[in-house]
Design a binder for this molecule. Structure first.
Ligand code: HEC
Length: 171
């Protein structure tokens, strides 16, 4: 048993030394204009799903989907999110395609996570990606207003869709 544990410890140290040496020799490819490998996507994706599932508090969106809240959410989305996640007039954002990993394009791939998980991701951001922690820049109510829009992308009232189509800089 002692030899078995010693074997595991020596193996773990050798692996860590190998990874460290690989990085120190400059062998890691750190360019952002490469596609993540299928293995990297699978490991990072499931780590993210499990972490969000474990940490996101169970809560409902406290705001009703009134036109006023939806318009406010669409305006926030346009100013703060559309450059990366796309908009009806720019469904495939060049900026979003330039990050590693690529930014999910919400006009083509509607967000499907439950509201409380979206709240957690938006408020705290995602480490090692371009997704910022919006809790530093938006109030909780503003985050919930954007989530009202995210969870209804395909059935928004026409005035809200029009709001999303305005140029990013427009008031
Ligand atoms: C600078 C680029 C950038 C901006 C701006 C940005 N995001 Fe993100 N966002 C990302 C990236 C990258 C991911 C993917 C992270 C990952 O791979 O887990 C992401 C992921 C998400 C997710 C999880 C999607 C899913 O289904 O897994 C949500 C929800 C989200 N963003 C909402 C927003 C909202 C709302 C805003 C604006 C308030 C915003 N993002 C602004 C880059 C951005």
């Amino acid at each position: 048993m002692r030899n078995f544990i010693r074997g595991i410890v020596v193996g773990a140290i050798a692996l860590a030394a190998g990874v460290y040496g690989y990085a120190r020799l400059g062998l890691l490819d750190l360019r952002a204009d490469r596609n993540p490998s299928a293995l990297e996507e699978r490991i990072a994706g499931s780590a993210m799903d499990e972490s969000t599932g474990r940490h996101a508090a169970q809560q409902r969106n406290p705001l009703p989907p009134t036109e006023e809240n939806l318009l406010a959410g669409a305006r926030l989305y346009r100013h703060k999110c559309s450059d990366c996640h796309g908009s009806p007039v720019n469904p495939n954002s060049d900026y979003g395609r330039s990050f590693y990993p690529r930014v999910p394009q919400f006009m083509k791939q509607v967000p499907v996570l439950p509201d409380h998980e979206n709240f957690y991701i938006i408020k705290h951001g995602v480490r090692w990606t371009a997704m910022p922690a919006w809790g530093n820049l938006m109030t909780d109510s503003e985050i919930w207003q954007v989530i009202l829009v995210l969870s209804r992308f395909e059935k928004l009232p026409p005035a809200v869709t029009e709001e999303l189509k305005k140029p990013v800089e427009a008031k």
